[in-house]
Design a protein around this ligand. Structure first.
Ligand code: PEP
Ligand code: MN
Length: 332
């Protein structure tokens, strides 16, 4: 980090400032120029509040040279992280498909879907018991009963379970769930992130609707800084001016995240596009771009789905997409 001190700052002011940095374990390289003094700050500057520094009377400007995310950064951890979800590995060359309905609706629905996605080649079952809906009048999920049904589906198929958690208070209910999903709307729910950081459960962290990649990585940093390294980043489309698709699938984010971070990246073409017809081509695009996993919504009868009906695949459509996924994987 570089701090430029204004010309009019007195020597004692600069000395005090340097002393303040040093007290925080930061070495300061002072370079006095004709018009200003430049302070090169060396060490872990993550705890420095850049806005506070910028607000000081004697400071002209502050520039961060290195990324503020450290634990998620590939620079400090060049090898790929491999996350293990109930025996299914993701990252470092291990590829997985997690599939299932947007919402768990009934025992029959989730068990039938689990069997169908397993038969088509999925290795993880994903279903929502707690649903973050835009309208409070829409179906909100079966809650604890949904979790119980997911565990039944795991018993019936052996597939480990991925399900969305919405608040730290729900953690006891999720005790037996294999991977906790943090939805796009909760990407910056810092209390939730910190609570998940204190567990050792795999966390699937979705990119917020309008979050930059750095913001996503800073959210991962929240979880990691509390001690939990088991994170999978998820690109699920972002808000743009386009309305034909539900969101805009930021394919470049997959390759960019893998460049910036050692964490595995999962792509969610279902929420990214909101359209059944686009899930196959976008799954292939995600694989070619380096995705370590895919998250795809599948329902035994999408027309009757209680949430996200327009984007859920039938088991037959999913089988077809899985065929395309294998083809795409064979060429990379
Ligand atoms: C979901 O995965 O069902 C979901 C609600 O996704 P997102 O948080 O990406 O909108
Ligand atoms: Mn959904």
């Amino acid at each position: 980090m570089i701090a430029v001190v204004k010309r009019e700052a007195t020597e004692s002011q600069v000395k005090n400032l340097i002393g303040w940095f040093e007290k925080q374990g930061i070495r300061v390289n002072e370079s006095k120029g004709e018009y200003c003094t430049v302070l090169g700050l060396i060490g872990d500057t993550t705890a420095i509040d850049i806005d506070l520094l910028q607000g000081l009377d004697i400071i002209e400007s502050v520039t961060r040279i290195s990324d503020p995310f450290k634990k998620a950064n590939r620079k400090f951890h060049p090898e790929d992280t491999v996350v293990d979800i109930g025996g299914v590995k993701i990252g470092g060359g291990n590829f997985a498909v997690m599939a299932g309905p947007c919402s768990v609706e009934s025992e029959e629905q989730i068990i039938e879907t689990a069997k169908a996605v397993k038969a088509a080649g999925a290795t993880l079952l994903r279903g929502g018991a707690y649903k973050p809906r835009t309208s409070p009048y829409d179906f909100q999920g079966l809650h604890e009963e949904g979790i119980r049904l997911l565990l039944k589906a795991r018993e019936a198929t052996g597939l480990p379970i991925v399900s969305e958690i919405m608040s730290p208070e729900q953690l006891p209910v999720f005790e037996d769930i294999d991977c906790l999903q943090v939805g796009a709307r909760n990407m910056q729910n810092f209390d939730l992130l910190k609570a998940l950081g204190k567990t050792n459960k795999p966390v699937l962290l979705k990119r917020g609707l309008s979050a930059t990649l750095k913001e996503l990585l800073m959210s991962a940093e929240y979880i990691m800084s509390e001690g939990n390294p088991n994170i999978i980043l998820c690109e699920r489309g972002i808000r743009t001016y386009e309305t034909y698709t539900r969101n805009t699938f930021d394919v470049s984010a997959i390759a960019a995240l893998k460049e910036l971070s050692h964490l595995p990246v999962v792509a969610d073409p279902s929420h990214a596009t909101g359209k059944v017809s686009l899930i196959k081509p976008m799954s292939m695009a995600a694989i070619v771009s380096g995705a370590d996993a895919l998250e795809i919504e599948v329902h035994t009868c999408p027309k009757k789905a209680l949430s996200d009906a327009a984007q859920q695949l039938t088991p037959d459509q999913f089988t077809d997409v899985m065929g395309a996924i294998s083809k795409a994987r064979s060429i990379i």
